[in-house]
Write a protein that binds this ligand. Structure first.
Ligand code: SAM
Length: 225
């Protein structure tokens, strides 16, 4: 009998669908300038951006409007965005090029693989994960980004004092994230719970829809000791 390794439990479900011609063209044209592979050598921000900048990792950018706005508003830091959904990657490439952003790079794939493969320990100024997929069914909780093992991995990549910042509109996930972060002895939460919603970041597309539907937003900001 041959033994095969179990497939990893992913935090996303890949959506099928045709890529718009505009997005296909953008991937082809802009990937060489902005694209970063999820596997390869450890990432050096000075090499990536041509200057030594504090590095911010943004996980799950969706269509990327919030990411582009944040990078534009914070030119002294380098932003590495990672998204698994191809149209989102393509859309963010277009936004980066249209806005001539020099402090943004984009990886296409699983953020957890990128982190394990290419992000050295204690190297990130911040990790942003805004409106991570909530996986509301109990049997799907194992797919959530914010669970103890993933949080330990994320935290290990932050520099001392580095920031882990997330937000969600799912009350059950919000309290679960709050509790997982509080249980990590290497993280401190200056707000001792939720931060004011929208703290220090532009609104995202997902958030706009949540607010329009009347759902509250729960914000969490922690720092590595
Ligand atoms: C609910 S959406 C939120 C998108 C965006 N942050 C916003 O607020 O509009 C979550 C996104 O995370 C992406 N995602 C989930 N797990 C991921 C992973 N492990 N690596 C990269 N992207 C991931 C999904 O493809 C999806 O686009």
């Amino acid at each position: 009998m041959t033994m095969t390794a179990a497939a990893p439990i992913r935090t996303f479900k890949l959506r099928q669908g045709r890529l718009r011609p505009r997005h296909r063209e953008a991937l082809h044209r802009l990937w060489p300038a902005y694209g970063v592979a999820v596997d390869g050598r450890p990432i050096d921000p000075a090499e990536l951006f041509g200057r030594p900048v504090p590095l911010v990792l943004e996980i799950g950018t969706g269509m990327g409007e919030g990411t582009a706005a944040q990078a534009a508003a914070d030119p002294d830091r380098g932003y590495l965005a990672v998204e698994v959904h191809t149209p989102g990657v393509a859309n963010l490439l277009v936004l980066a090029a249209d806005q001539r952003l020099t402090n943004l790079r984009i990886a296409h794939g699983d953020a957890l693989e990128l982190i394990r493969n290419r992000i050295p320990p204690a190297s990130l100024a911040a990790i942003h994960a805004f409106f991570p997929d909530p996986w509301p069914k109990t049997r799907h909780h194992k797919r959530r980004l914010f669970q103890p093992a993933h949080v330990a991995l994320l935290r290990s990549r932050l520099v001392p004092g580095g920031t882990l910042h997330t937000a969600t509109d799912w009350p059950g996930y919000a309290t679960a994230i709050r509790d997982v972060l509080a249980a990590d002895p290497e993280l401190v939460n200056p707000h001792h719970g939720f931060a004011p919603a929208g703290t220090g970041r532009p609104q995202t597309r997902y958030e706009r829809r949540a607010r329009a539907a009347g759902r509250p937003v729960f914000e969490l900001v922690c720092h590595r000791r």
